[in-house]
Design a protein around this ligand. Sequence first.
Ligand code: E4P
Length: 216
Amino acid sequence: MELYIDTANLEDIREIAHWGILSGATTNPTLLSRESGNYDEIICEICDLVGGPVSAEVMSEDAEGMVKEAERLVSLHKNVVIKVPMLPEGLRAARELSKRGIKTNVTLVFSANQALLAARAGASYVSPFVGRLDDIGHDSNAILTEIVEVFSVNEFSTKVIAASIRHPLHVTQAALLGCDIATIPPAVFHKMVKHPLTDKGIASFKADWEKAQAEA
Ligand code: E4P
């Protein structure tokens, strides 16, 4: 499973990109609204930092407007992928963009049927929001399982991005269930890398090494 970063914060992206584990990034209007600066420039910088697909969302409510916005966004950088909302107009836009060879990520997906519609519309990616499903007491694991299975039995090439990740267990579950990608907030990356036994082990190796050096 590939790992994307789910933020528009350049400092956080720079830090995690240095770990050498990122394959792409996702942004959304809320994440961009938290940053200061020119959004087009931020998107381009994210594209350069991650060196892979970067989802940027369109805000129009009709397919024609979405396609127009998409054409402008993809002209910013070759790595831009267009996020369209899971709506009838979003599906129309995904179909048209797919005809034009523009990659799309259908976002705000909460069911296997929505994912099926997105795949049939020619979406390159679908983003089921696991955290928001769990927030309202739904079983995000069951829905991810259905989506992965529907795509597998139908031989869809659309990739599944587990999104709205809230904690490290969501990442493990997405990987176990066969998602292609998990898009992860910086704070969750930091939780994933840490383990108290790792810290304890490093401290005791260091102490033993220094003791042996002092005695030599
Ligand atoms: C995915 O592409 C979205 O940007 C994101 O995962 C939304 O997550 P949230 O539910 O934490 O806002």
